[in-house]
Design a protein around this ligand. Structure first.
Ligand code: UDX
Length: 432
């Protein structure tokens, strides 16, 4: 099939390369000329394992990039994979996707072929029908139902495993309200479903339901982690090993074993944004989303709790403190909403000298905290430190052992259960 994707960000580039790999002819549109040049030269604009191979294999062949919407004219379906940033109140700012939908409409006015417009971006229920479709209509004086149809296809890719997740999804969700849209989406994803030997569940549902499924998915996962964190905090107070508790309750199918690792909590580009947006959407309709608000409150508390455990053992004013791990999870250099940020802020409030280590995220963090020290190795970070705080469970951080003997005071506060408790160090697990 001939498929176009508007947006060459993290989701857009990944799905463009993966669709090309499935055998489709793919055009990826972005307003950023340097991204388009990069893609056409065979280099992805983001780092994702496996993506560089796919882009270099298909660029200039089944995968082309362009800044010109006209280049999508002979495609049959367009996915909108554009950012929906947060407003002050947590709600979604849809202006970027709206503007793109208008330009798409203006472009589609030149063809009489009926087109399918698929929203890939995370948007609150109703947005595809009441914001995106009218923008396409307005852009080209078009009529939904005649000139084009809309659909919603949410994305569940995780950073660091996005290509693998694309190839082996737990589910694919099609939100449609016409047979035309359902048939065309099925045709796009058929090669993927066939390759998975039908292990992949295809959920065919309404457009609003598809929009909500994405929020429900992320709100559930974020709340699951916050709930195990809350239970973990109580475990810690009663000297109970929360990981043994989690292992046991995870055996219950109704609970499930994953996303039960208590500790410093969640970060990344999605959880906070999505929980906040769907909470704001509830509030806009007069509903008070107490559980969603609590998930954020518990998450905000975990770094505070980590610092207060450190305070029990050492006064860090004027002392070196190692922050081990900066990215929001191992395997990525993404520091958006990373738990390292409130940890560093709390240390600076205490007048500590912060020495941070991360294998890949230091450059990004330097833009946010230019005045703290960045060590080249975890060993160098802990050398002479009065405390070491484990924030991200990178392998080389989890492997630290003898290095703790070089600390001024060997206080290790572990936010990720990465380090083994042993004699000779003062070890505090955050929730165990
Ligand atoms: C998430 C969703 O998983 C994905 O489906 C969606 O498309 C985008 O948001 P991602 O942000 O890449 O993906 O991260 P994920 O691997 O889900 O981890 C989220 C956060 O939760 C990380 O900070 C991780 O450290 C934390 N986490 C996860 C825990 O604290 N405990 C756990 O048990 C699991």
């Amino acid at each position: 099939m001939r498929v176009s994707i508007v947006g060459s960000g993290y989701v857009g580039t990944t799905i463009a390369a993966c669709f090309a790999d499935l055998g489709h002819e793919v055009v990826n549109i972005d307003i950023d000329e340097s991204i388009v040049e990069q893609l056409n030269a065979g280099t992805p604009p983001i780092h994702e394992p496996g993506l560089a191979d796919l882009v270099s294999t298909h660029a200039g062949d089944r995968l082309t990039a362009s800044t010109d919407y006209e280049d999508l004219l002979d495609t049959e379906v367009t996915f909108l994979a554009l950012p929906t940033p947060s407003n002050e109140d947590g709600s979604n700012d849809t202006s970027i996707i709206e503007a793109a939908a208008e330009t798409l409409g203006a472009t589609l006015a030149a063809t009489s072929d009926r087109h399918l417009v698929v929203v890939k971006s995370t948007v609150v229920p109703g947005t595809t029908e009441t914001v995106v479709a009218p923008a396409v209509e307005a852009g080209g004086d078009l009529t939904r139902g005649e000139d084009f149809e809309v659909a919603m296809n949410p994305e569940f890719l995780r950073e660091g495993t996005a290509v693998e997740d694309f190839r082996h999804p737990d589910k694919i969700v099609f939100g449609t309200d016409t047979a035309f849209a359902g048939d065309r989406l099925n045709a796009v994803f058929d090669p993927l479903v066939d390759a998975s030997n039908a292990d992949t569940a295809v959920v065919e549902t309404g457009i609003r339901e598809a929009e909500m499924i994405k929020y429900a998915n992320n709100a559930f996962l974020a709340s699951k982690v916050s709930l195990i964190n809350e239970l973990g905090n109580i475990c810690k107070a009663y000297d109970v090993d929360s990981y043994e508790v989690a292992d046991a309750i995870g055996l219950d199918d109704r609970i499930g074993a994953r996303f039960l690792r208590s500790g410093l909590g969640w970060g990344g580009s999605c959880f906070l944004k999505d929980v906040s947006a769907i909470a704001a959407a509830g509030r806009a309709k007069g509903y008070d989303p107490v559980m969603l608000d609590a998930a954020v409150t518990v998450n905000d508390r975990q770094p505070v709790q980590l610092l207060s455990l450190m305070d029990r053992h050492v006064d860090v004013a004027g002392e070196r403190v190692a922050v081990l791990g900066l990215s929001f999870k191992p395997g990525t250099d993404d520091i958006r909403n990373a738990r390292s940020i409130p940890v560093i802020e709390g240390l600076l409030e205490r007048d500590a000298t912060v020495v941070a280590y991360d294998p890949v995220a230091s450059d990004r963090m330097r833009e946010q905290f230019p005045d703290i020290e960045y060590a080249d190795s975890p060993e160098a970070a802990v050398d002479g430190a009065a405390a070491a705080l484990v924030v991200t469970e990178w392998d080389e951080i989890a492997a630290l052992d003898d290095a703790f003997d070089t600390m001024a005071t060997p206080v290790v506060v572990d936010g990720r259960r990465a380090i083994d408790r042993r004699d000779g160090i003062i070890y505090e697990g955050l929730t165990w």
